[in-house]
Design a protein around this ligand. Structure first.
Ligand code: ADP
Ligand code: MG
Length: 377
């Protein structure tokens, strides 16, 4: 095992193909679309592995050889200026790594960012020193960033991650603006990924919207159970430990196969297994307790911030472990939830905060560890 990696179940970043589970078909599909010059929309639930897949595709030798790759995480952006700031920052980081001649053009082409142009005292080359406040004319900077990408000596692939955020910016017509610039690009390609299915679907699949039918769509399902079993066993062996098949299967069931939860639990199970030992199903409870404990302060705050009706509904959903007819009289009565319309309103609130999710007609608490925390209350 790599010295930089003390635990083979990596969380929150992409380390290398060695620690990445499967996604072979999805990787081949996405890679093929990029090589064939198509833009792609990737829509799937949170934490299933979209960003990981994009990193993995970007790490493929053929992509590395032909393209410059840029990932822009829009999750925390709340305005066009913030978007442009994040975007230009990522573009600069990419050129810094990849191409000296192209880098020299950065402040020439993106002249609206000259304020941040300084020569590094040691190396004499340009340095990027821009703050959000320096984005004085976001539209102009945005146009220039796209022009800069088009001027590269290789085509660029830009992944806008959590792209649905742009619909929440206060400025009007952002989608149309972006669409205009994106359409003008002849060399640069795009991946639009997003977790908010509803917003993403509206953007890309409703005829009245600027992005309608402009991309190839793909979704992402959980990694199949038996593939995860093989992967987990391989990772344990890499760390000179072993794990029982059945333990991985139970973890899979508990996590509904969602990658982030799988990785979190397996990471902890790896940690609590002594070198040379065999990890069995009996470790799951302890691992789960440990993981939930770490998240507890955060969960407590989420819970405290909820209005009473949402709290009651949340506890009811946890008790049922998947609710089918959520506004039915039986469910409303069983948990004394006042009325169907009151449930409807509370559900909207919980859904808006990403706390609950509908899957195959049933409502769940999305975060498995949060559900675990709630069930202990
Ligand atoms: N195929 C995979 N194998 C191993 N870990 C993965 C894989 N895909 C994602 N991960 C990890 O799972 C977590 C959630 O994945 P992420 O790509 O961030 O999900 P999303 O972008 O869909 O919210 C991250 O910690 C990521 O590192
Ligand atoms: Mg992501």
């Amino acid at each position: 095992m790599d010295n930089n990696c003390k635990n083979p179940f990596v969380i929150g970043r992409y380390l290398s193909p060695d620690y990445f589970c499967d996604r072979e078909q999805e990787t081949a599909f996405l890679e093929k679309q990029i090589i064939n010059g198509r833009n792609v929309t990737l829509i799937a639930d949170r934490r299933i592995g979209k960003s990981g897949l994009i990193s993995h595709v970007f790490a493929q030798p053929e992509i590395q050889k032909q393209f410059y790759t840029i990932s822009v995480d829009l999750y925390a952006t709340g305005s066009l200026a913030e978007m442009v700031y994040t975007f230009s920052n990522e573009v600069y980081r990419c050129v810094e790594r990849q191409s000296k001649s192209w880098k020299d053009k950065f402040f020439q082409i993106i002249s609206s960012l000259r304020v941040g142009f300084k020569l590094d005292a040691l190396t004499g080359s340009p340095a990027f020193d821009i703050g959000l406040g320096d984005i004085a004319a976001p539209e102009m900077t945005l146009e220039q960033v796209f022009a800069f990408l088009e001027a590269a000596d290789r085509p660029c692939v830009v992944a806008f991650d959590e792209f649905q955020q742009v619909t929440r910016y206060p400025e009007k017509n952002i989608e149309a603006l972006l669409r205009t610039y994106i359409q003008r690009c002849t060399k640069t390609q795009f991946i639009f990924s997003g977790s908010r299915k509803h917003l993403m679907t509206q953007m890309f699949l409703s005829p009245s919207k600027p992005f309608y039918q402009s991309t190839i769509n793909m979704g992402l399902d959980p990694i199949p159970c038996e593939i995860y079993v093989d992967f987990a066993k391989r990772m344990f062996i890499l760390g000179k430990k072993t794990i029982e098949d059945e333990a991985v299967r139970q973890v899979y069931e508990l996590c509904r196969g969602i990658t982030w939860y799988m990785q979190m639990l397996l990471n902890e199970m790896f940690t609590i297994t002594n070198p040379g030992d065999h990890c069995k199903t009996g470790s799951i409870d302890e691992a789960l307790r440990n993981v939930v404990q770490v998240q507890e302060p955060f969960y407590r705050e989420i819970l405290a911030a909820l209005p009473t009706k949402q709290k009651s509904l949340l506890f009811a959903i946890v008790k049922e472990n998947g609710v089918e007819n959520i506004t039915s009289g039986a469910f409303v009565q069983k948990y004394k939830l006042v009325s169907a319309s009151s449930v409807q309103a509370a559900l909207k609130g919980l859904y808006g905060k990403d706390i609950v999710i509908e899957n195959n007609g049933k409502w769940y608490v999305y975060d498995i560890f949060f559900a675990q925390y709630l069930s202990g209350k």
